[in-house]
Design a protein around this ligand. Structure first.
Ligand code: 13P
Length: 247
């Protein structure tokens, strides 16, 4: 049985005070949840959140660089994230791929470094609207999954979470339907099965992301292949995010 994992990706929202206020409330409200709960906050809030000594909520970052240290102005290393109490790190989010021109090779280096540093990567994959219309969804996500996981070892793969986020569903209010998302996620699992064997692939958690809300979470969590959600906008308000976690 895979433990469901629901993660909030706050993107570039909330200052330290706002982050602390929300996560303190969230940690109390979801204390008894059987679901693994993660907040991926901006770098600037991570230390303060970690200092709260959270019971249930785990911390994640939204990006990192693959080098250990050095002259990389503006970048943050895996060990720095570990040091401030992160357990997870989102890698290859479509906004990183599109706005910051990250490619699969770079994302793969980050995945490998995160695992080496004992961080659990949340590897994001997903197609654009044009790719979906051209019938290329599976080809795109299979390629992103294969390239993102290149060089990952069999003992590491269970620590990886994959998030399927169709780009056209992010922040648009449009969602994939449960059946469609389930089918794409099944093909991601099959890809992991080809790389690592089906027994290990059955252990890897794969989330859906893209306009997830309290009103549509059940449609996704009711699907056999979907193990959780990566939530943007609806993770910024405690009521909405609690509603999703208590689907
Ligand atoms: P929204 O939930 O706001 O559509 O964002 C999804 C996302 O990009 C999570 O990483």
């Amino acid at each position: 049985m895979r433990t469901p994992i629901i993660a909030g990706n706050w993107k570039m929202h909330k200052n330290v005070g706002e982050a602390v206020e929300m996560v303190r409330m969230l940690d109390e409200r979801v204390a008894d949840s059987p679901v693994e709960v993660v907040i991926c906050a901006p770098f600037t809030s991570l230390s303060a959140l970690s200092a709260l000594g959270l019971g249930k909520v785990k911390l994640g970052a939204q990006n990192m660089f693959y080098a250990d240290q050095g002259a990389y102005t503006g970048e943050i290393s895996a060990s720095m994230l570990e040091d401030v109490g992160c357990e997870y790190v989102i890698l290859g989010h479509s906004e990183r791929r599109e706005i910051f021109k990250e490619d699969d090779e770079l994302i793969n280096k980050k995945v490998l470094k995160a695992l080496e540093a004992n961080l659990k990567p949340i590897l994001c994959v997903g197609e654009t609207l044009a790719q979906r219309k051209a019938g290329e969804t599976e080809t795109v996500v299979v390629a992103q999954t294969t390239q993102g996981l290149a060089g990952v070892s069999a003992d590491q793969i269970e620590k990886v979470v994959v998030a399927y986020e169709p780009i056209w569903a992010i922040g648009t209010g449009e969602t994939s339907n449960g059946d469609d998302a389930n089918q794409v996620i099944a093909s991601i699992r099959q890809t992991i099965g080809k790389l690592f064997g089906s027994e290990l692939a059955e252990k890897v958690r794969i989330q859906y992301g893209g306009s997830v809300k309290p009103s549509n979470i059940n449609e996704f969590m009711g699907q056999p292949e979907i193990d959780g959600a990566l939530v943007g906008g609806a993770s910024l308000k405690v009521e909405d995010f609690v509603g999703i976690i208590k689907y």
